[in-house]
Design a binder for this molecule. Structure first.
Ligand SMILES: [Ca+2]
Ligand SMILES: [Ca+2]
Ligand SMILES: [Ca+2]
Ligand SMILES: [Ca+2]
Length: 309
């Protein structure tokens, strides 16, 4: 089934940030206006990007009220591709779970983690449910935490402090892995923050107005990497090297303060929080980084908040 896009109701806003102008961004951010907008669903919770149909163009998957909607990138925008059903969808991650060369999806939904395997043409097989009760999965990432070549799941608990790991078998199955106690997770992002080859985790701990950092030790376990202040009530965050110095930085979207906070990575797992700057859109909760228009510079893809979050 295909459907045409309606005029934007809950807009995606494509904000272009030339990374070479990072310092300028912190003083006076500039964005392309008017920003392109696309209608993506009734109550979207999360957005991730990947090339689901192997055509070289970035596509997006949007968590939306108990389902994930996949939209394929075109030269002029996005076209609807597939619906993946997953109860109480709160977050989405992408990666090749079963190592067949096609991008798959993992979903945090209530007390479960769901997966759906991609067919390489923008479609997906049946949803598989992994019960992680009593924890509530509120954020999710797919990454190989234990260096066995198989993608694992890291999920953040929205109703209890901490993150947990599911270890993948490379065929689509997962086993319960280590857990680590840290702040209540609103959103989560991953990267190797201290350049030791092990995956590290950053979460927005919204109620504490801070990010919490967990440094991976290489077997699925984590140790504390400290906390850093942000603008009031950070929710969305993304990790990327905005300063092009080879060290990963963090950007948070601070909902109550209506600011963006840039935390400049030092390269050893610690950060220098820069002064928050006004958000490009006061309703923005969630953000992702990538080169969406193919011009070689980092872009920020953001989304306004649904009423339920
Ligand atoms: Ca594509
Ligand atoms: Ca796959
Ligand atoms: Ca693994
Ligand atoms: Ca690391």
């Amino acid at each position: 089934m295909r459907r045409r896009f309606l005029p934007a109701v809950l807009p995606l806003v494509l904000c272009v940030l030339p990374s070479s102008a990072f310092a300028q961004m912190c003083v006076a951010p500039s964005f392309v206006t008017p920003a392109p907008t696309f209608a993506i669903g009734a109550a979207p919770d999360d957005i991730v990007s990947a090339d689901f149909d192997n055509d070289g163009l970035l596509d997006i998957a949007v968590g939306d009220a108990g389902r994930v909607q996949v939209h394929l990138g075109t030269a002029g925008g996005f076209v609807f591709s597939a619906t993946i059903l997953a109860a109480d969808t709160t977050a989405v991650a992408v990666g090749d779970i079963n190592k067949d060369g096609n991008v798959d999806v993992a979903i945090a939904g209530g007390t479960s983690v769901f997966t759906a395997l991609g067919n390489g043409a923008g479609g997906f097989g049946a949803t598989t449910q992994f019960n992680v009760s009593p924890a509530a999965a509120g954020a999710i990432e797919l990454v190989d935490v234990n260096h066995d070549g198989n993608l694992d799941v890291i999920y953040g608990n929205s109703l209890g402090p901490g993150i947990s790991v599911l270890l993948g078998d490379g065929l689509g199955g997962f086993a319960i892995g280590p857990a680590f106690t840290m702040g209540y997770t609103s959103e989560m992002a991953i990267g190797d923050l201290n350049n030791d080859g092990n995956v590290d985790v950053v979460v927005t701990n919204s109620g504490a107005d801070q990010i919490d950092v967990a440094l991976g030790v290489g077997n699925g376990a984590f140790v504390s990497g400290g906390t850093y202040g942000t603008g009031a009530f950070p929710v969305g965050l993304t990790i990327a090297d905005f300063t092009e110095d080879g060290k990963l930085d963090v950007v948070t979207m601070d909902v109550v303060a209506t600011t963006m906070t840039v935390l400049q990575g030092v390269g050893n797992g610690s950060f220098i929080p820069l002064a928050p700057v006004p958000s490009p859109d006061p309703l923005v909760f969630f953000v992702a980084a990538g080169d969406f228009d193919g011009d070689g510079t980092l872009d920020l893809l953001d989304r306004t908040s649904p009423a339920r979050r």
